[in-house]
Design a binder for this molecule. Sequence first.
Ligand SMILES: [Zn+2]
Ligand SMILES: [Zn+2]
Length: 203
Amino acid sequence: MKIQKKSPDGKQIKMEIKYSILSLIMYSMAFLLVFELSIRGYTLIYFSFNEHSVLYAFISLLLAIIYNDAAFYWSHRFMHIKGIFKYVHLQHHKSKNPSPFSMLSFHPYETVINAIVYILIAFIIPIHPITLGVFLLYNLFNNVAGHDGYEIMSEKSRKHWLLGKFNTITNHDTHHAKPNFNYGNYFIFWDWAMNTLYKNEEG
Ligand SMILES: [Zn+2]
Ligand SMILES: [Zn+2]
């Protein structure tokens, strides 16, 4: 179901691709830095599954998701503070009707903040590169979906006791249309706890 009636125009998509390329270059540099620091032993990244159990690989994935969900919410709210917003986060919000290309359409200042949020994982959670890869794939899937412009879940599943705890595509789309609500990433927990969940999506 298309969430906003109109489709994003070519001018918006062109702008999003331009900023996404810049973000991709910056993220690549950040991940290269993490890799260099890891092989020198400065991070908690471990390269052999023998160092921790297989069960821990799953636990570290969960920890990365829970950490990133909280860090995303709070860094996102920080970027919405008046006086910071227009220098850092306005670029992302120029896409009022998001497309999958909006996902990485960030001003370089925002990319720096987002990269720091990701890099911190390597310093606070012992994690294997494959687990980190699975986490980044999930993050990528979640974010492309969040900017897709089409809701794929039925009304019933969005109200399901468990599925309803995940952020929906409609939720993030609503954030682009109404920026004072729905700051969350994977789950609705932080928006629910901080009373920033858009009312139509509650329950
Ligand atoms: Zn967005
Ligand atoms: Zn925002």
